[in-house]
Write a new protein. Structure first.
Length: 181
């Protein structure tokens, strides 16, 4: 999918379905290939939409997620190592995300009092304002999923949760609370 149409241009055919048809001719039917190719393309499309929504705030979706994580923390700050663990990204990525947020004045880097070598990222007052505004915009756009209704959102969540669980992404507690429509 290297030569993708620019935003707004539409192909006169479904490229995922076309790839599946060609795949079938060469290697046989693989519904998993069809599903994963569709999933990857949907990821590209949704990420492009949410990135466009948060761009006016000088954010990417990854930086937005970091701000939300800090907002959810009790003190508004977390060690970078904990952020990487919770965001499930490499330590270098967390450092880059926090550096960009700090450069924008949305977080401050502080020494970690519990770890002399560690660093805390702390959301600033400006960061709190930006995360609230960006969240309102994302909510209004249903995080790029406005073409699906709430039941489809939950069905998609259930399907992807099953996939994540099977892949070992997390251990399911006995009393897991799954959202209901």
């Amino acid at each position: 999918m290297a030569n993708q149409p620019s935003r707004g241009e539409r192909l006169p055919f479904d490229p995922v379905l076309r790839a599946f048809e060609l795949w079938q001719r060469r290697w046989g039917t693989s519904t998993s290939m069809l599903a994963v190719t569709s999933l990857m393309r949907a990821h590209q499309l949704v990420l492009a939409e949410v990135d466009a929504i948060v761009k006016p705030y000088d954010l990417t979706f990854a930086r937005y997620e970091a701000l939300v994580l800090l907002t959810f923390s009790r003190r508004g700050s977390l060690p970078l190592s904990k952020m990487g663990e919770r965001l499930q990204v490499h330590p270098t990525s967390v450092t880059n995300i926090v550096d960009r947020l700090a450069k924008s004045g949305l977080v401050a880097r502080r020494p970690n009092p519990q770890d002399g070598r560690g660093v805390l990222a702390e959301i600033t007052a400006q960061g709190r304002v930006v995360v609230e505004k960006a969240t309102a915009d994302l909510m209004a756009a249903q995080f790029g999923l406005s073409s699906l209704d709430a039941d489809r959102h939950l069905a998609l969540f259930d399907t992807l949760r099953e996939l994540r669980l099977a892949a070992g992404d997390f251990a399911e507690p006995d009393d897991a609370a799954v959202p209901e429509g």
